[in-house]
Design a protein around this ligand. Structure first.
Ligand code: SF4
Ligand code: SF4
Length: 237
């Protein structure tokens, strides 16, 4: 499951999968609220074993240490933290001391060379698992949020349940589309999101997880993944 901390990103990559390029300023989401919401779905987080912490740009987020301090005590296998490799946060030492062997840092290969090296050096010093992603692998143009009317695939391999504010979305792109006001939540189908206070949330997460690797739902028509342009590669994560 992806956990969104912020909609701020210092890069504005064309075709950003999660539409973070469309925010003018973005915002930092409240850390206590994020932790409280993770706690509400803790049985699911521990059942499915992996969490990805993402931004916007994660290392812009001022309360990352607090979030990791909560995650480190979860009974999970791995927490991946994604960064675009351009920010060396002032709390990095504290962060390294907080993280345990569940954490794995994924650094965008298109980041700044000096920053990437400094990040690798400190993660190596603290024995934190990390990798620099090749700068052109895994990048697929997702395009602007417009109605392409041409879903070409029956399933999407880039569909990760996403916790953002008070909802779980079937895809992180749905979360940003709602947050940006590009689509009204009323126009999303019931298999595309769950309210965090839904009394059946754990059961519904199970169902969404079962479907997540093969469903291609109505809001997907606003995404280029699965179309011809969706295999073009440019800059990004
Ligand atoms: S692809 Fe990554 S670095 Fe680029 S705008 Fe999106 S979140 Fe930011
Ligand atoms: S095709 Fe649908 S599930 Fe896949 S990334 Fe695009 S919006 Fe998300």
């Amino acid at each position: 499951m992806d956990v969104i901390l912020t909609t701020k990103c210092n890069l504005k990559c064309d075709g950003c999968c999660y539409l973070f390029n469309k925010y003018k300023d973005g915002e930092f989401l409240d850390a206590d609220k994020i932790i409280a919401n993770m706690n509400k779905i803790k049985p699911s987080l521990e059942k499915y074993r992996t969490i990805s912490v993402i931004g916007g740009e994660t290392f812009l987020y001022p309360d990352l240490v607090k979030i990791c301090d909560y995650i480190k005590d979860l009974d999970i296998d791995q927490c991946a933290i994604f960064t675009n490799g351009t920010i060396y946060p002032n709390y990095i030492e504290e962060l390294c001391k907080t993280m345990n062997n569940k954490f794995h840092i994924v650094i965008g290969g298109y980041g700044n060379e000096t920053v990437k090296k400094k990040l690798c050096d400190i993660f190596t010093k603290y024995n934190i698992s990390h990798v620099i992603r090749p700068d052109d692998d895994d990048w697929i143009e997702h395009g602007d949020f417009i109605d392409h009317k041409e879903p070409k695939i029956k399933f999407c391999d880039f569909r990760y349940l996403t916790l953002m504010k008070d909802r779980i979305y079937a895809c992180g792109r749905f979360a940003q589309a709602v947050n940006l006001g590009l689509i009204d939540i009323k126009n999303m189908t019931q298999d595309e999101y769950i309210d965090i206070n839904d009394k059946d949330i754990l059961v519904k997460i199970d169902k969404m997880m079962e479907e997540s690797y093969y469903k291609f739902t109505s809001t997907c028509k606003y995404c280029l993944r699965g179309t011809k342009r969706g295999i073009n590669r440019t800059q990004g994560s």
